[in-house]
Design a protein around this ligand. Structure first.
Ligand SMILES: [Zn+2]
Length: 209
């Protein structure tokens, strides 16, 4: 099964994707992780991405698509859960050329819940793992459970910055949602309870896909 998990920043995409991965036994591909990996390994693609992000410009579509093709190719026959891509209609069309997606899980979460959740978020400097001061605390304060790396709060997780990110997200994502809805692939998940058990949401997703 080939699934895209789609939703605003802070909607829990990564959390649900990794739980779905366990239940379905297929890999979870996160473009965020791919980018970090390429940069860490200092590949040609990694160096290109680094150049863009250090100058503060958006990494062009084709660079991300190239990165994805490299990884998605070997996983095609097994199926996958894709997170962080597509973000635009042109990326959705690119993905369509690579493979046929079976379902797009669209996470609908109110802004207030997202602002609340993201402002409590911590990330590992070394491996990128995400924690939350309220809902997903690390075992040792300030340290990553997986690699022992230092946890930090991202500058873009400040409430005003989050609201602006959400506005930008909605503007860019609505056409993508329409693109998949028109192809009857969209599976809407509504999640208004900030303290919902992630497993419950995953149950809901399993029923829809
Ligand atoms: Zn870590």
């Amino acid at each position: 099964m080939k699934i895209v998990i789609f939703g605003p920043p802070g909607s829990g995409k990564g959390t649900y994707a990794s739980r779905l991965m366990k239940r379905l036994g297929i890999p979870h591909i996160s473009t965020g992780d791919l980018v970090r990996e390429e940069i860490r390994n200092q590949t040609a693609l990694g160096k290109t991405v680094e150049k863009y992000s250090s100058s503060g410009t958006l990494v062009p579509d084709e660079v991300i698509t190239e990165m994805l093709k490299k990884r998605i190719g070997p996983e095609l026959s097994r199926g996958f859960i894709l997170e962080g891509y597509p973000r635009t209609v042109s990326q959705a069309k690119e993905l369509n050329k690579i493979t046929k997606i079976d379902a797009v899980v669209n996470l609908n979460v109110p802004d207030s819940v997202i602002v609340d959740r993201l402002s409590a978020r911590l990330q590992c400097k070394a491996c990128g793992a995400i924690y939350n001061e309220r809902t997903l605390k690390p075992k040792v304060a300030g340290k990553c459970d997986k690699c022992g790396g230092e946890l930090f709060r991202r500058v873009d997780d400040q409430p005003e910055v989050i609201r602006e990110r959400l506005r930008v997200y909605r503007e860019a994502s609505e056409p993508v949602v329409d693109f998949y809805r028109a192809r009857s692939l969209l599976k809407d998940i509504r999640n208004e309870d900030p303290n919902v058990d992630p497993e419950q949401v995953v149950d809901q997703i399993m029923k829809l896909i």
